[in-house]
Design a protein around this ligand. Sequence first.
Ligand SMILES: Nc1nc2c(c(=O)[nH]1)N=C([C@H](O)[C@@H](O)CO)CN2
Length: 117
Amino acid sequence: MDKVFVKGLRTQAFIGVYDWEHEQSQPLIFDLTMAWDQRAAAATDDIADALDYDTLSKAVIKLVEARPRQLIETVAEEVAALILNEFKVTEVTVRLEKPEAVDAAQTVGVEITRSSN
Ligand SMILES: Nc1nc2c(c(=O)[nH]1)N=C([C@H](O)[C@@H](O)CO)CN2
């Protein structure tokens, strides 16, 4: 299957289990990979037939920054559900990095793959 991807999408979120994380936002960075048959878009050269990565990116930022959460697992599942439900995507991989979480690590994160149905 063809893929549309968004790499290194930066958001700023209230995320974490510790008290200080509830008072100070920190970056969450996403790599998103969506299954998408691109033949219709290529044939018509019309954005209406494409998976619009700009609109999708803005929707993800809005969701992530809308409210605080404790776990990055929760954020990853909500982002996957948004993409499956609002963008007619059949399979999505969400990789989420929280680079400021662990001082001794370059980054930490989760990666999930979810399908519709
Ligand atoms: N599997 C997870 N482990 C941890 C999380 C998380 O969201 N998922 N969060 C934290 C803290 O918020 C940490 O990021 C603060 O540095 C610890 N472990």
